[in-house]
Design a protein around this ligand. Structure first.
Ligand code: ZN
Length: 107
Protein backbone atom coordinates (compact mmCIF):
# COMPACT_ATOMS: atom_id res chain seq x y z
CA UNK A 1 0.00 0.00 0.00
CA UNK A 2 1.40 3.35 -0.99
CA UNK A 3 1.75 6.28 1.38
CA UNK A 4 -1.11 8.01 -0.42
CA UNK A 5 -3.39 5.01 0.10
CA UNK A 6 -2.42 4.73 3.79
CA UNK A 7 -3.22 8.43 4.24
CA UNK A 8 -6.56 7.90 2.44
CA UNK A 9 -7.32 5.05 4.82
CA UNK A 10 -6.41 7.24 7.78
CA UNK A 11 -8.65 9.97 6.40
CA UNK A 12 -11.49 7.43 6.20
CA UNK A 13 -10.97 6.47 9.85
CA UNK A 14 -10.98 10.13 10.90
CA UNK A 15 -14.19 10.68 8.94
CA UNK A 16 -15.91 7.68 10.53
CA UNK A 17 -14.91 8.89 14.01
CA UNK A 18 -16.30 12.34 13.33
CA UNK A 19 -19.53 10.86 11.93
CA UNK A 20 -19.91 8.77 15.10
CA UNK A 21 -19.54 11.84 17.31
CA UNK A 22 -22.00 14.02 15.40
CA UNK A 23 -25.31 12.70 16.86
CA UNK A 24 -24.04 13.28 20.40
CA UNK A 25 -22.96 16.80 19.49
CA UNK A 26 -26.35 17.52 17.92
CA UNK A 27 -28.08 16.25 21.07
CA UNK A 28 -25.81 18.47 23.20
CA UNK A 29 -26.67 21.45 21.00
CA UNK A 30 -30.41 20.80 21.28
CA UNK A 31 -30.15 20.60 25.07
CA UNK A 32 -28.13 23.84 25.16
CA UNK A 33 -30.68 25.59 22.91
CA UNK A 34 -33.48 24.44 25.22
CA UNK A 35 -31.62 25.85 28.24
CA UNK A 36 -31.11 29.18 26.41
CA UNK A 37 -34.81 29.27 25.47
CA UNK A 38 -35.89 28.60 29.06
CA UNK A 39 -33.49 31.19 30.49
CA UNK A 40 -34.67 33.84 28.02
CA UNK A 41 -38.29 33.11 28.93
CA UNK A 42 -37.45 33.33 32.62
CA UNK A 43 -35.63 36.65 32.12
CA UNK A 44 -38.52 38.04 30.04
CA UNK A 45 -40.92 37.00 32.79
CA UNK A 46 -38.77 38.63 35.46
CA UNK A 47 -38.61 41.85 33.44
CA UNK A 48 -42.41 42.03 33.64
CA UNK A 49 -42.46 41.93 37.43
CA UNK A 50 -42.22 45.72 37.77
CA UNK A 51 -45.35 46.32 35.71
CA UNK A 52 -47.13 43.50 37.51
CA UNK A 53 -46.25 45.08 40.84
CA UNK A 54 -47.85 48.33 39.68
CA UNK A 55 -51.01 46.50 38.64
CA UNK A 56 -51.19 44.25 41.71
CA UNK A 57 -54.24 45.25 43.67
CA UNK A 58 -55.29 42.80 46.39
CA UNK A 59 -58.36 44.90 47.14
CA UNK A 60 -60.27 44.07 43.95
CA UNK A 61 -62.71 41.19 43.68
CA UNK A 62 -63.99 38.95 46.42
CA UNK A 63 -60.74 37.22 47.34
CA UNK A 64 -57.38 38.98 46.92
CA UNK A 65 -55.01 37.61 44.30
CA UNK A 66 -51.92 35.73 45.40
CA UNK A 67 -48.89 38.02 45.09
CA UNK A 68 -46.57 35.14 44.08
CA UNK A 69 -48.83 33.87 41.31
CA UNK A 70 -49.44 37.38 40.00
CA UNK A 71 -45.89 38.72 40.20
CA UNK A 72 -44.02 35.63 39.03
CA UNK A 73 -46.48 34.21 36.49
CA UNK A 74 -49.05 36.92 35.74
CA UNK A 75 -51.67 34.50 36.99
CA UNK A 76 -54.68 35.45 39.09
CA UNK A 77 -55.26 32.99 41.90
CA UNK A 78 -57.25 33.76 45.03
CA UNK A 79 -55.79 33.87 48.51
CA UNK A 80 -58.40 32.37 50.80
CA UNK A 81 -58.66 31.73 54.52
CA UNK A 82 -57.16 28.39 55.53
CA UNK A 83 -59.98 26.39 57.02
CA UNK A 84 -58.09 24.43 59.64
CA UNK A 85 -58.39 24.55 63.42
CA UNK A 86 -55.98 27.05 64.94
CA UNK A 87 -55.32 28.81 61.64
CA UNK A 88 -57.85 31.61 61.83
CA UNK A 89 -55.22 34.12 60.77
CA UNK A 90 -53.79 31.99 57.92
CA UNK A 91 -54.51 32.61 54.26
CA UNK A 92 -53.34 30.41 51.43
CA UNK A 93 -53.10 30.02 47.68
CA UNK A 94 -53.99 26.59 46.33
CA UNK A 95 -52.15 27.25 43.07
CA UNK A 96 -48.63 27.82 44.43
CA UNK A 97 -48.95 26.85 48.08
CA UNK A 98 -48.21 30.34 49.40
CA UNK A 99 -49.42 30.73 52.96
CA UNK A 100 -49.71 34.08 54.67
CA UNK A 101 -50.25 34.67 58.36
CA UNK A 102 -52.13 37.90 58.89
CA UNK A 103 -51.28 38.83 62.47
CA UNK A 104 -53.66 41.78 62.36
CA UNK A 105 -56.68 39.48 61.81
CA UNK A 106 -56.59 38.45 65.45
CA UNK A 107 -56.38 42.04 66.63
ZN1 ZN B 1 -50.17 31.58 44.46
Amino acid sequence: MSLANRLRAEAGIITENVRAETPGLVADLLRAEQVVFELKAKIDNRNEIESRLLSYNPETGHDPDCPYCWLLNGQQSPVKPVEEPGKADHYGCKTCGFEFIDRLTQG
